[in-house]
Design a protein around this ligand. Structure first.
Ligand code: AMP
Ligand code: MG
Length: 288
């Protein structure tokens, strides 16, 4: 797809490089790479600022259209990745550019007692973006086939049945007008170690450190298997996964920004028409 709007620093629409394809292997992801981007780190700040403005404007259009009753669609960004992959940075530096009025952010941690009493999709359904909003899931229902699978928090036949169930659930969302942008974020084990170490060096980062992160890190081979199965079983034509290399934070942020812009542009929107007579209103206002 050619796109006049795409910055020249990208060789292709990022999704063309980042979409998961059958045969892609989690173990072979080059987490340090910058697929499709021909610029360098020094180009990133200016480009990020520019593209954040584009994203914010598209988001405002979607919000305006829903407010005026011309639309009822939404976009849902699903962020999955191990600790330190940079999910929080995407929320802060990419989604943070949009008007909070039109954003619905939810992070999913270990289920509370109340959540555990319900089906695992209950808390997910409760957090879906209303019409006109960008929903952001910082972790998601995929935890129920990732950490849950790795630790066998439920028996294999139970988590095993969830892939089909998740596909059916997402089909339902898409049919109801939600565009899903699913992003699997990958850092190398070495980069993760550095990022965790930094959290231990800086008092302003202690809050992000959790001793349990080290235990999960030791289970990386089992997580790789779980991520592989997730990608293979739940990347569908209506809700495909994207694999984003995250050793370079500036790249992952630019890439996710473009994925969101693409999703919003795919809605083919225009500003809602006035439901009043513009000329008559100008006249009235001049005389008021
Ligand atoms: P964080 O994102 O760093 O705040 O950590 C949240 C933790 O909650 C991660 O270790 C997740 O794997 C865990 N978590 C999220 N969803 C679930 C779930 N459905 N069952 C068990 N643990 C979960
Ligand atoms: Mg954490």
């Amino acid at each position: 797809m050619s796109d006049r709007d795409l910055p020249a620093l990208w060789t292709h629409e990022p999704h063309e490089h980042l979409a998961f394809r059958p045969g892609d292997e989690v173990g072979r992801i080059e987490t340090n790479s910058t697929p499709g981007f021909r610029g360098s780190k020094s180009d990133a700040p200016t480009l990020q600022t520019e593209r954040n403005m584009r994203l914010a404007s598209l988001q405002e259009m979607l919000y305006a259209r829903c407010k005026s009753g011309d639309d009822n669609r939404s976009v849902l960004l699903i962020l999955q990745g191990m600790d330190t992959a940079g999910k929080g940075g995407i929320v802060k530096h990419v989604v943070g550019a949009a008007n909070p009025q039109g954003v619905r952010y939810t992070s999913f941690g270990k289920p509370t007692e109340e959540e555990r009493a319900h089906h695992y999709l209950w808390r997910i359904r409760n957090a879906l973006p209303p019409a006109g909003h960008i929903g952001v899931f910082d972790r998601s229902h995929y935890e129920d086939v990732l950490i849950v699978r790795v630790h066998n928090l439920v028996p294999p036949d139970v988590w095993g049945a969830r892939y089909d169930e998740i596909n059916a659930f997402e089909r339902e969302l898409v049919d109801a007008g939600t565009t899903l942008v699913k992003v699997a974020m990958f850092v190398s084990l070495a980069e993760q170690k550095e990022r965790l170490a930094e959290r231990l060096e800086r008092p302003d980062k202690y809050w992000k450190y959790n001793p349990a992160d080290v235990d999960e890190r030791l289970l990386w081979p089992k997580y790789q298997e779980a991520y592989q199965a997730m990608l293979e079983k739940t990347s569908t034509d209506y809700a495909p996964w994207h694999i984003v290399p995250c050793d370079k934070k500036w790249y992952s942020r630019l890439a996710v920004t473009e994925l969101l812009i693409e999703a919003l542009k795919g809605l083919n929107m225009s500003w809602p028409p006035p439901d009043f007579d513009v000329e008559a209103e100008k006249k009235r206002l001049a005389e008021a």
